[in-house]
Design a protein around this ligand. Structure first.
Ligand SMILES: *Cc1c(COP(=O)(O)O)cnc(C)c1O
Length: 360
């Protein structure tokens, strides 16, 4: 069996231990005589899976008791509409910081429902930094303030959160979910598509402060109302059962390695290896302002498109796949989520060193 090192931005690698366990349990989940794919979502055995998954989210992320943990569908992209439908119902205003394409999509979708204000943007430099904020420009009576915590395409991350006072801070954490500890109490709502750091595609994790539930606009579809899912413990309709099961296995794996503090150490070690090399290389260079660098997505270029293409091709042949950068940035991007082993990054750096020597 030859497994590649997959640097895809998403869906991305899953821990090998998790895949093996899922394979072992494929035909007969713990004596139930069935696969998790086949069982009723109302069965006792599945109830233990979904409750177990919720308990692990709460434990790993230290979710305070006044927050609900929801397993939804529709990806992070559905949250771009669900958040305004549910929250933008007081003043009808919300603030946005445009740090990339996903942040912009959240803004554009909200603008269909109310007054969406852009308080800052880093578009002028292809989103290669996190803009400084001037709190005096924030909308005082906004229903929420939205950021995209880790910008998957551009490789930036918020290291200091905006001070929004009583205005609930809402963050898209799709590409940094469980990559390091996060203080949930600083947020009104967190959401993440699972397919980067938690599970295969199909489940969206939402962590929402209870007082923000029950305020949705009348036009809100039942399925897009947080209250619907909160009241039914994410079992209003059929949830993505198998994906939730894999998420549970992934969280057990994270826990076995020491939780989010250990994940952070591991992720910092991987990112440092790559960034240190980029900083010393004469061929490759990182595209992001140093202080705003992401731990998860590392874009880099050679400055020569042909050489970039050659690198991506040769890397793939050597077993390092999906290194092509997003079309808006060009060059390369290595996504090094939780499941990317340390030796995957070590070997990538060695390969880059060799490529540099051969192409100097
Ligand atoms: C991938 C991604 C999305 C889109 O997620 P879907 O689940 O495909 O809708 C949104 N935001 C961020 C930050 C992402 O990385």
């Amino acid at each position: 069996m030859a497994r590649v090192y997959n640097f895809s931005a998403g869906p991305s690698m899953l821990p090998e231990e998790v895949l093996k366990k899922a394979a072992d349990e494929m035909l007969d989940y713990q004596g139930s005589g069935q696969s998790v794919m086949e069982m009723s979502h109302r069965s006792k055995v599945f109830d233990e899976i979904i409750k177990g998954a919720e308990a692990l989210v709460r434990e790993l992320m230290q979710v305070p008791d006044n927050y609900k943990v929801l397993f939804l569908q529709g990806g992070a992209s559905t949250q771009f509409a669900m958040v305004p439908l549910n929250l933008m119902n007081g003043s009808g205003k919300a603030d946005f910081v445009i740090t990339g394409q996903w942040a912009n999509k959240a803004y554009k979708e909200a603008a269909r429902y109310g007054e969406a204000n852009i308080v800052a943007s880093s578009k002028d430099k292809t989103f290669s930094y996190i803009p400084d904020l001037d709190p005096s420009t924030f909308t005082k009576d906004a229903d929420y303030f939205h950021i995209c915590m880790n910008n998957t395409i551009y490789g930036t991350k918020w290291n200091t959160l905006p001070e929004t006072g009583d205005v609930p801070l809402v963050a898209d954490i799709s590409s940094c979910l469980m990559s390091e500890p996060i203080d949930v109490s600083k947020f009104g709502l967190l959401y993440a598509g699972a397919q980067k750091n938690l599970a295969p595609a199909g489940v969206t994790l939402v962590i929402i402060r209870e007082d923000l539930i029950g305020k949705a606009r009348d036009i809100t579809p039942t399925m897009l109302n947080y209250q619907t899912h909160s009241e039914s413990d994410s079992l209003y309709n059929t949830p993505p059962c198998y994906t939730i099961y894999i998420a549970k296995l992934v969280m057990e794996w994270i826990k076995s390695l020491g939780g989010l503090t250990a994940m952070k150490e591991r992720n910092e070690k991987k990112a440092k290896m790559l960034y240190d090399f980029l900083d010393e290389s004469k061929l490759f260079k990182g595209t992001v302002v140093k202080k705003d660098r992401s731990l998860m997505n590392v874009p880099f270029v050679t400055g020569n498109e042909e050489l970039d293409a050659k690198f991506v091709k040769e890397a793939a042949a050597a077993g390092f796949v999906n290194l092509k950068g997003h079309r808006t940035v060009g060059g390369m991007r290595a996504s090094i989520y939780n499941a990317m082993p340390i030796e995957g990054v070590e070997k990538l750096v060695a390969f880059m060193r060799k490529f540099e020597a051969e192409n100097a």
